[in-house]
Design a protein around this ligand. Structure first.
Ligand code: GDP
Ligand code: IMO
Ligand code: MG
Length: 428
């Protein structure tokens, strides 16, 4: 048996989709445990690109059971759109399951997300406007709707009457926006119910059976550690727990059953949306990195902010998640940079910090301490073994492992499966 958690070690978009795809056909079950359609995971297989938002990237393999766990917030409309796209592309997705406990994104959530952002003005977070924050708010406030509620129309109707009073009050009085109509929401969601019904399950026995039968399970993370509601750069975070701990609560798998935690890191750093980013490059070098790395969001198309690899952030991610194997992606993007820098820690008000501090106005103004490395100035995309990489490239990678306190077991030099150099296999 093995239960592997895969987390993003930075601010998301580390290349998790590619790594999940690499592992998915060797496991029996893939579970998504948090986030929603704010995620965008790109998988390239045989030159064909697939983009996933809600559905686990393991869906490409019919023998792998793919579960949307109860820690996820599911927008039924977005879910069905993604399902249609997959099915029209010849992927039947019969191996898909949604936890009846997963909460739903309701039609008022994206509207409240956008209005809330507008009201924040200059302090806005730069959310994806997918309603993720408002959906988690309602979950915690105990006025959320769960996927299983789609099977209970009378309950849905009664509860919606109450919840909509609260929502419409905020929409009209606070934001001066139009109210939502109860009948319209009911008709829309009960319309989705029929199509979603076959996928809804109590995942508890399914997961327990898999654990007891010693199946291989992969917990697929979305977002990244620095976007975690507790550990990240609050309030510039998402509203879920994209950490190893969150993977356990979001799936119902106990920490004692976890075999390994894999962290995916980009060979440099990117971030979408606002908030502190100590190693950010806002100069022509940054523009070069963004262009070479094609750093534009999978979900919103926004230009990603880019910067040097931050070992203070990544070391924190390794330590707080118990990451025992690192995957370093997009190494090829650095092929043509004369000099590279890695941030090893920060100076803040005369004090040295080896990890990001909680106070984000201090984090915004830290002075990164850099180590400089000579670039390798040669293409790595065609390398197929770690030993084929230029010496300067290996030195850069090994220093990252050393600074973060975990070994870099896999190196990625391109988006496709074949562009993957395995030093030590991620799964036994
Ligand atoms: P995720 O959200 O962590 O799954 O990452 P995204 O899919 O949002 O962003 C990563 C992007 O980088 C995708 O377009 C991938 O196809 C691409 N990618 C992944 N690994 C590599 C790599 O090693 N080199 C290059 N050049 N692109 C990569
Ligand atoms: P994947 O899974 C990168 C960011 C948003 C914003 C903040 C809050 O592809 O790595 P939200 O809509 O979640 O309330 O927005 O979080 N964000 C991501 N950034 N990759 C993601 O997912 C993200 N999901 C959310 O840009 O800054
Ligand atoms: Mg992404």
């Amino acid at each position: 048996m093995s239960v592997t958690i895969l987390v993003g070690g930075q601010w998301g978009d580390e290349g998790k989709g590619k790594v999940i795809d690499l592992l998915a056909d060797t496991v029996d079950m893939v579970i998504r445990s948090q986030g929603g359609n704010n995620a965008g995971h790109t998988v390239v297989t045989g030159g064909k690109e697939h983009r996933f938002h809600l559905i686990p990237s393991g869906i490409l393999y019919p023998q792998t059971t793919c579960i949307i766990g109860h820690g996820v917030v599911v927008d039924p409309k977005a879910f069905l759109q993604e399902l249609d796209e997959l099915q029209n592309g010849g992927i039947p997705a019969e191996n898909l399951v949604i936890s009846e406990r997963a909460h739903m994104v309701m039609p008022y959530h994206p509207v409240l997300d956008q209005l809330g952002e507008e009201m924040r003005g200059d302090d806005r977070l730069g959310t994806t406007w997918r309603g993720i924050g408002p959906a988690y708010e309602d979950k915690v406030r105990r006025i959320g709707f769960r996927i299983g509620d789609l099977q209970k129309p009378a309950f849905l109707e009664k509860k919606l009457r109450f919840v909509l009073r609260l929502k419409n009050e905020s929409l009209t009085r606070l934001y001066g926006a139009d109210p939502f109509n109860e009948r319209e929401i009911l008709d829309e969601y009960l319309g989705y119910a029929e199509r979603i019904d076959p996928y809804i399950r109590d995942i508890y026995p399914l997961i327990q059976d898999a654990l007891n039968a010693n199946r291989r399970i992969l917990l697929e993370g979305a977002q990244g550690v620095m976007l975690d509601i507790d550990l990240g750069t609050y309030p510039y975070v998402t509203s879920s727990s994209p950490t190893a701990g969150g993977a356990c609560t979001g799936s119902g798998i106990p920490p004692s059953r976890i075999t390994r935690t894999v962290g995916v890191f980009k060979a440099y750093t990117t971030r979408v949306g606002y908030g502190p980013f100590p190693t950010e490059l806002t100069d022509p070098l940054g523009d070069q990195l963004r262009e070479v790395g094609a750093e534009y969001g999978t979900t919103t198309g926004r230009a990603r902010r880019v910067g040097w690899f931050d070992a203070a952030v990544s070391r924190y991610a390794v330590a707080t998640n118990g990451i025992d194997a690192m995957v370093l992606t997009k190494v090829d993007v650095l092929d043509e940079f004369h000099t590279l820098k890695i941030c090893t820690g920060y100076m803040s008000k005369g004090e040295y910090w080896d990890h990001p501090m909680a106070n984000i106005s201090h984090l915004k103004h830290v002075e990164p301490i850099y180590e400089e490395f000579p670039g390798w100035m040669s293409p790595t995309r065609e390398c197929r073994r770690y030993e084929d990489l230029p010496q300067a490239c290996r030195a850069y990678i090994e220093r990252i492992g050393e600074l973060c306190g975990a070994s870099v077991n896999v190196v990625s030099v391109g988006p496709d499966r074949e562009h993957t150099l395995v030093r030590t296999p991620l799964l036994d």
